[in-house]
Design a binder for this molecule. Structure first.
Ligand SMILES: *Cc1c(COP(=O)(O)O)cnc(C)c1O
Length: 334
C-alpha cells in the first residue's frame, strides 16, 4: 500500500509514504509538527477553511505562522508568494492547500512550488481532496518536502487512514521536531522502516479496504482515469444546475472537478435545510453546510459515482424546485 500511494504521487526512491491512523486532519497536523523545525516559521497560503485550519494547528503547536490570504474565489498567486518570501527572510517553510475544498478551487501547485524553490524554501502540501485524481509528480517538484492525503477522498477507500509522501532526506532529519507522541511522523516512519509494523494498533480493515481501493484505482486507469470520470461528473452537474438557474461561485477555469460551490438562492421559498432534506428524501445527500464566507452550498462530484448519478441528482434538484414552486430564473430574485 505504501508503494502504491508513493507511485500515485510520482515519487521516486528519494521519497517514502508514511501512513497514519486517523482522518486527514491528523496527518496534516503530524506533517506540520514533524517537518517544520521547532525554530521554523511557516507561510500559510490561505483561500479557504483548510488553509485557516493549518494556521490553527500552528497556533496549537506553538510555532510561528504567517498567513498570505486571498479571496475564496481566487487562486493563490505565485507572484504574491514570491513577494511574501522576499519580504520575510525568516520564513523556512510554506504550506499550500492544493484543491481548497472550501470552494473547490484548484491552486497552481507547480507554479507555487517553482516560486518556493527559487527562494530556497520548502513546500508542504495538503493534497487531501486532489490526491489520486489530479496529477502530482513529486519528481518534478523538488521544493515539495511532503504532501498529505487520506484514504477516503479521490482514492475512494473507507475513512480512517491518512498518509504523507515525504522526501526521505527531510524525514530523516526531522527527529525531535514533533510535540505529540502519536502524531510524530518521524517515529511512525522509523517504525515502518524497522520492522514493517505500525507503532500502535493498526487500522486493519481500513488498510485492507485501501489496498483494494488502490487496485480499483489502477484498474480504472489510474490518476488520468479518475480525473476523466470526475471531470465528466463535474460537467454534468454544473451544466445541469446552470440550466436550472443556479450560479457557481467559481469561474470554470479555477474549478477542480472535485466539489462545486453554488451561490445560495435568495428566493423566499428556498430554505437550505429544507432543500437538503428534500434531496435526502430523494436519495441524494449533499454537503450539509457551507465553509465559504459567502452564502453558498456545495455538491461533491467524487466517489464511486458516474455522470448518470449526477444527472439523477440534477433531476432531484429540479423536482425539488418544482415542489417549492420556484421557477428557473427566479432563484436569485430576493
Ligand atoms: C477533507 C480535507 C481535509 C481533512 O479532513 P478530515 O475531515 O480530517 O478527513 C483536509 N484538507 C482538505 C483540503 C480536505 O478536503
Amino acid at each position: 500500500v505504501r508503494e502504491g500511494i508513493a507511485a500515485i504521487a510520482g515519487a521516486g526512491a528519494e521519497h517514502c509514504c508514511v501512513p497514519l491512523q486517523g482522518s486527514g486532519t491528523f496527518v496534516v497536523e503530524a506533517m506540520l509538527q514533524t517537518l517544520i523545525p521547532r525554530d521554523g516559521r511557516l507561510l500559510v497560503l490561505v483561500n479557504g477553511a483548510y488553509g485557516r485550519r493549518i494556521l490553527e494547528i500552528m497556533r496549537r503547536i506553538g510555532r510561528p505562522a504567517v498567513p498570505l490570504e486571498c479571496g475564496e474565489d481566487e487562486a493563490v498567486s505565485p507572484d504574491a508568494v514570491r513577494a511574501a518570501l522576499a519580504a520575510d527572510p525568516a520564513i523556512t517553510d510554506v504550506a499550500l492547500v492544493h484543491c481548497e475544498t472550501t470552494s473547490g478551487i484548484l491552486n497552481p501547485l507547480a507554479e507555487i512550488a517553482a516560486a518556493v524553490a527559487a527562494s530556497g524554501r520548502r513546500l508542504l502540501v495538503d493534497a487531501m481532496s486532489s490526491f489520486g485524481a489530479i496529477a502530482i509528480d513529486l519528481r518534478r517538484l523538488p521544493s515539495v518536502t511532503a504532501l498529505a492525503a487520506s484514504s477516503n477522498k479521490c482514492l475512494e477507500g473507507v475513512p480512517g487512514i491518512g498518509f504523507a509522501v515525504v522526501a526521505r532526506g527531510a524525514i530523516e532529519r526531522s527527529a525531535g521536531n514533533a510535540v505529540s507522541l502519536s502524531l510524530d511522523l518521524h517515529a511512525q516512519w522509523r517504525g515502518f522502516e524497522k520492522n514493517g509494523q505500525w507503532r500502535f494498533t493498526p487500522p486493519t480493515q481500513i488498510l485492507a479496504a485501501l489496498d483494494k481501493a488502490l487496485d480499483l484505482h489502477a484498474a480504472g486507469g489510474g490518476v488520468a482515469g479518475r480525473l476523466a470520470r470526475y471531470a465528466e461528473n463535474c460537467r454534468t452537474l454544473v451544466e445541469g444546475m446552470r440550466r436550472l438557474g443556479f450560479e457557481t461561485l467559481l469561474r470554470d477555469d479555477l474549478q477542480a472537478p472535485i466539489i462545486v460551490t453554488f451561490r445560495m438562492p435568495r428566493h423566499p421559498a428556498f430554505r437550505f435545510a429544507d432543500f437538503y432534506a428534500r434531496l435526502h428524501a430523494r436519495g441524494f445527500v449533499i454537503y450539509p453546510g457551507k465553509l465559504t464566507r459567502q452564502e453558498t452550498f456545495r455538491i461533491g462530484c467524487i466517489g464511486a459515482i458516474d455522470a448518470a448519478v449526477l444527472r439523477g441528482a440534477v433531476d432531484a434538484v429540479a423536482a425539488t424546485l418544482r415542489e417549492l414552486g420556484i421557477a428557473p430564473g427566479e432563484l436569485y430574485r430576493g
